[in-house]
Design a protein around this ligand. Structure first.
Ligand code: ADP
Length: 300
């Protein structure tokens, strides 16, 4: 009945990465490694992660008519994502300039470019796609008004998954639709406002539920995750792995969770599956390059 297990409405960026001995101070120039260019952006990452797991996945996003836009379209298609709604326009493809020092700390400047031009009108034009999807997920690297329009255009049977990253205070209408709202500690703090969160993830989850979402998932890195509904709060243990690079783990987790929920899993079962996918993603370098297939998850 549904054409897609998951439609992601979100960002697509080229990640431009240079390793440096030391990140430059104001006015300083430092020499770094050769430039590495990777497809990225939370929306594009989530779509690739879901498709690699076998989900029938579509991406609604905007890129520019340039080399980075083609790189992003190629990586989506290679993973099996439907790109009919990856819109190509005049604004340049979004770019993240990333410098990484030997300790793994990074500094990032994002130029949203085309992502800032994904409009409510684009969402209205893609209403048929949203209606043909079991689950729709968004993040916040696109305009908030576009996310609001997604919520307004959801078909009655479609589930909405929201990872509010980068976080901003959210309108009630958006919070109320999220099922679940997926946050890490930092995002929970921003959504709740300073000092409102309490000390434990359980307290953050309870406080977040009071803001209206039907369910909440708190991701806790190497500590796993926590799922919360009005009936119960359950810890999901992390799978023990040798972590090499956590880039994009949250996106892999969110994609796997959305796919699992669309397949009819309970929130707890979907989060358990997502924790396995997130764990595999941290065992390899990069974001999209690190995402596992369903077979790899089964044999973990
Ligand atoms: P975010 O990038 O959004 O902060 P996290 O770092 O919490 O997200 O990662 C998302 C999920 O990936 C976690 O909830 C966990 O299940 C898994 N994960 C992340 N880091 C590790 C790790 N070091 N070991 C095992 N699992 C991990």
């Amino acid at each position: 009945m549904y054409d897609f297990d998951l439609t992601v409405v979100g960002s697509a960026n080229a990640d431009l990465v240079i390793d440096v001995e030391r990140r430059p101070a104001a006015g300083e120039t430092v020499l770094g490694s050769d430039l590495a260019v990777h497809p990225g952006g939370k929306g594009a990452n989530q779509a690739v992660a879901a498709a690699r797991l076998g989900a029938r996945t579509a991406l609604l996003a905007r890129v520019g008519d340039d080399a980075y836009g083609r790189l992003l379209l190629d990586s989506q298609r290679a993973a099996g994502v439907d790109t009919a709604q990856v819109l190509v326009g005049k604004a340049p493809t979004g770019v993240a300039l990333i410098t990484v020092d030997p300790s793994g700390d990074n500094s990032i400047v994002v130029s949203p470019g085309a992502n800032a031009h994904l409009t409510p009108e684009d969402v209205r034009a893609a209403a048929a796609l949203l209606g043909a999807s079991k689950v729709v997920s968004t993040q916040l690297e696109i305009p908030l008004e576009t996310v609001v329009e997604v919520v307004r255009r959801l078909a009655p049977g479609t589930r909405f998954v929201l990872n509010p990253s980068p976080p901003v205070p959210l309108p009630d209408e958006v919070l109320a639709a999220a099922d679940p709202l997926i946050v890490n500690e930092h995002e929970a703090g921003v959504i709740l406002g300073d000092g409102a969160a309490g000390d434990t993830p359980e307290q953050w989850a309870k406080a977040l539920l009071e803001r209206g979402p039907r369910s909440v998932v708190v991701t806790l890195g190497g500590e796993g995750a926590l799922v919360a509904t009005r009936d119960a709060i359950t810890r999901i243990a992390a799978v023990s792995v040798d972590a090499v690079d956590t880039t994009g783990a949250g996106d892999a987790f969110t994609a796997a969770l959305g796919y699992g929920l669309g397949a009819g899993a309970t929130l707890e079962a979907a989060a358990t599956y997502a924790a396995r996918v997130g764990a595999l993603a941290v065992t390899r370098r990069g974001a999209q390059d690190s995402y596992p297939t369903a077979e790899e998850v089964d044999t973990l």
